[in-house]
Design a protein around this ligand. Structure first.
Ligand code: HEC
Length: 477
């Protein structure tokens, strides 16, 4: 999904009352989704502002009708109900007016604060075209806010969109696109007591694959009953090294966190799942007041056909923000910043960026430094970090950053151990590096496709050509 989004149906009837010259009636009505979808977010913001000005006009009688049936229900269907439906991870369903109405105030607050839907990513800087982007547009946020301010009316039943039919919540992500996974790797069963500390479960299991294959997509699926308890489920690839005659850890295979769909590998790249490899799981469970018996987490692999000819190799690795000799130490009531610099021997494409941190992390950014020109370019900024949601921001194919040889990834993390950080559990503690939630971490997961000079030149040329055609099309509509 791209940032220029379908806004649902948005229509405001605005009646401006008596003036010295009699009754003036102004009716602002914007058309349905297809027309709005064509507009840029700036256009739609302008519409919202116009409406806001009209409704703020105290000189006349003003009536702004935003109703649940017409305006709010379509937004909830598009951006909320995948989680807020019976049995899903949202704490309450938001599928009918009766379910939604008691939550109106909380909904406005969470939406205006941009805490819901849970997709933290700055919208005023860096690349905005992301896959599986859950964010609402400014117009949608204002629609919800205005609806709540006006007393959350139901509206006309005839306007209500038909209810969505939900896919089985135990269904695999990507199933609609690719069908069932070609390979499923499971954790060994684990029983989590009702109460206690957080625990880690690290079983090693064989993939059972007998030939090297290129991965098309990976998705991790916790059990239905265990979804609230499995905070993270990371997994690493372990392969047999002929030289040493030992199994060695090769790379991160996947990082699951509440709310994450999975990873997809672009078709021009191959992420190899080697024959006879093993997966080491690292599941972080948090007790949920009832015993979780024999819980199993599954990882589905969709694979390219055996003869898949990909030009380039992709990998998903952990890039540290702590350079040699530096440390992460956050004093009580203090702040800290860490930074990491990474460059590559060949040109590369950056396919995704997933910051990682706990309670003291407040922001993380990814920039690119070009030594030839001295330019520093912001790629992604997450300045309202939360430890509850770990999202992998996957760039749309035609905007994924292309780095010439020698360009430098600059990753920066900002930590706040003061009381100003609302998530801080204890500002009196010294905080250092560690994997407990009370410690901090300083890295990011980045999927990188390793190109060659020819591939880099081709991708740059293709993008320039597309840009030119788009500019021409805009000039001669
Ligand atoms: C990816 C799943 C997901 C999506 C999409 C999502 N939510 Fe949530 N929502 C959750 C979870 C999980 C919680 C509880 C944890 C938390 O508060 O972060 C929650 C909490 C909330 C709460 C707070 C409930 C309370 O107990 O106070 C509100 C309100 C809310 N969501 C509204 C929305 C609205 C409105 C949307 C769409 C515009 C939305 N959510 C989209 C998963 C989701």
């Amino acid at each position: 999904m791209s940032r220029t989004r379908v806004c649902g149906r948005i229509s405001w009837g605005v009646r401006i009352g008596a003036t010295a010259f009699g009754l003036v009636v102004l009716f602002v009505h914007t058309a349905g989704p297809p027309a709005l979808a064509q507009q840029t977010s700036r256009d739609t913001t302008a519409i919202a502002n116009r409406t806001a000005v009209a409704s703020g006009d105290r000189a006349g009688e003003v009536l702004v009708t935003v109703s649940f049936a017409k305006d709010v229900a379509p937004i909830l269907q598009k951006n909320c109900q995948q989680c807020h439906q019976p049995g899903a991870i949202g704490p309450m369903p938001l599928t009918t007016y009766e379910e939604v109405r008691p939550w109106a105030r909380a909904i406005k607050q969470r939406v205006v604060q941009r805490e819901m839907p849970p997709y933290r990513y700055d919208d005023d800087v860096g690349i905005q075209n992301l896959k599986y982007d859950l964010r609402l547009s400014e117009v949608e946020i204002q629609t919800i806010a205005r609806w709540v301010d006006n007393g959350a009316p139901f509206g006309n039943p005839a306007d209500l969109p038909p209810p969505l039919t939900f896919p089985d919540p135990t269904k695999w992500a990507f199933a609609d696109q690719f069908g069932p996974p070609d390979l499923v790797v499971r954790t060994k069963p684990f029983t989590l007591p009702a109460e206690g500390q957080d625990v880690w479960w690290r079983p090693v299991v064989p993939t059972g694959l007998t030939k090297d294959r290129c991965i098309k997509a990976i998705s991790v699926k916790p059990s239905l009953k265990g979804r609230g308890a499995a905070h993270h489920a990371n997994s690493d690839l372990i392969v047999f090294d002929e030289k040493s005659g030992q199994y060695v850890e090769r790379e991160r295979i996947s990082e699951y966190a509440l709310g994450k769909v999975g990873e997809m590998v672009p078709p021009d790249a191959c992420r190899t799942l080697p024959a006879n490899s093993l997966i080491r799981w690292d599941v972080h469970y948090y007790p949920i007041d009832t015993e979780l018996k024999d819980d199993v987490i599954e990882m589905g692999f969709w694979l390219y056909p055996e003869d898949h000819q990909a030009k380039y190799q992709q990998d998903l690795k952990n890039y540290t923000l702590l350079m040699k000799g530096s440390e992460l130490e956050i004093p009580p009531h203090g702040t800290a910043m860490t930074q990491g610099f990474h460059s590559f021997k060949t040109p590369v494409r950056i396919d995704s960026f997933q910051p990682h941190g706990h309670f003291r992390l407040v922001a993380k950014t990814l920039e690119i430094f070009y030594p030839d020109t001295g330019k520093l370019e912001m790629v992604s900024s997450i300045s309202n970090w939360t430890n509850t949601w770990h999202t992998s921001h996957i760039y749309e194919d035609d905007v994924a950053p292309l780095l010439p040889k020698g360009a430098v990834l600059v990753i920066t993390g900002y930590y706040d151990n003061t009381t100003a950080n609302r998530q801080n559990p204890d500002p009196d503690q010294w905080v250092g590096l560690g994997s407990r939630t009370a410690d901090e971490m300083s890295h990011a997961w980045i999927a990188v496709t390793h190109l060659d000079d020819e591939g880099y030149a081709r991708l740059v040329a293709e993008r320039e050509k597309r840009k030119k055609t788009e500019t021409q099309n805009n000039k001669n509509p």
